[in-house]
Each structure stands twice: as C-alpha cells, then as structure tokens.
Ligand binder design. Structure first.
Ligand code: CU
Length: 180
C-alpha cells in the first residue's frame, strides 16, 4: 500500500467519521457491513449458517463484442427466502457479485474508480475467479428491490448488473427465470 493511498484513505475516513454510523471497521471500506447500519435501506442479511430455502444459479459471460453479463439479470425472490446463489464465471476475467441497494452500489462504484484494487470481504459480496464458481447465501428478509453488480471498474458499464425483486406475493417457482 503506497503512502499516497494511505493519505487518501485517511482523508476519506475522516469524511466518513462524520456519518452517524461510522466506526473503526469502516476505514478504507465505505460500505463495510452497511446492511447493519440503522439508516441503511434494508437489503436483508447474511444467512449465517441458516440453510438455504432455494438455490439460484447465475452465470457470468463475456461476449466477443465486449459485453459482460450476468444471466439471468432479473431475479424474483419471495420475501423471507434464504437464497444460495451459485455464481459461475465463464469469462476470461475475474469478476465480482455484489449485492446492495441502488444507492449503495452507486456510492461504492465511485470508490472502486478511486481504488480499483480495493478488495471486498463483506458478506454481501463475493469474488468469482475466471473459470471458477463462488457461492453467496443471503436472507431476503425485507420486501424491496436490490441490485447485484460487478464493481470492478468498467464492468457495470459493460453490462454487469441485474435487479433482484423481493416481494411477498411471488411464488418460489423459478423455471421462467432460469430459462436458457
Ligand atoms: Cu466484472
């Protein structure tokens, strides 16, 4: 880590400290455990060992014309579900699967542009290496709309984002969502 980076991180940490929910954990990680903050839009919480009530397969693809895509990119989930996302990366590059509110994703994206090498170890995010597969288990306790995204700079712009609709009136039948 360079001195320049440390200075920048400290400046940003000082700015963050003005936020009511700032704490030491957030230094260098603007939205670290954001889902625990009181003023945060409820996106659910880590499953923490609760067994999944459903499994959703997501594939990451890179096209010849430069698009990077999640398939599917629209996912409907019934409120209260514990979902195991199984994310497979068929692309040549390493990618990320980050779950957040639209607001958080927008803020986080700005951070990633400043600090492209920033690693994520939040429970709402997982890296998916090229040719590999990763899993993320999440409890969708609130009825809301969320975004899932790859925060590697440029990747969202190339198409790597999707929407998760968490509603209480949806059935858990996902044949239509997983149609290839
Ligand atoms: Cu990516």
């Amino acid at each position: 880590m360079s001195f320049k980076f440390i200075c920048l991180a400290m400046t940003c940490a000082a700015m963050l400290a003005t936020a009511a929910h700032a704490n030491a954990d957030q230094v260098g990680r603007p939205h670290y455990r954001a889902y625990e903050a009181l003023d945060h839009q409820p996106i659910g919480e880590p499953a923490n060992g609760t067994s999944a009530t459903e499994v959703i397969d997501v594939t990451i693809k890179e096209t010849k014309s430069g698009y990077m895509l999640f398939q599917p990119d629209v996912i409907a989930i019934k409120t209260g579900s514990v979902v195991r996302f199984v994310i497979r990366n068929d692309g040549a590059l390493d990618h990320e699967f980050y779950l957040g509110s639209f607001d958080e994703v927008a803020k986080h994206q700005q951070w990633m542009r400043k600090y492209p090498d920033m690693a994520h170890d939040e429970a709402n995010s997982v890296t998916v290496p090229s040719g590999g597969q990763s899993e993320l288990v999440w409890t969708f306790s609130s009825t809301t709309n969320l975004e899932f995204v790859c925060l590697v700079p440029g990747h969202r712009e190339a198409g790597m984002w999707g929407v998760i609709l968490v509603h209480d009136h949806l059935t858990s039948d996902r044949k239509s969502e997983n149609r290839q």
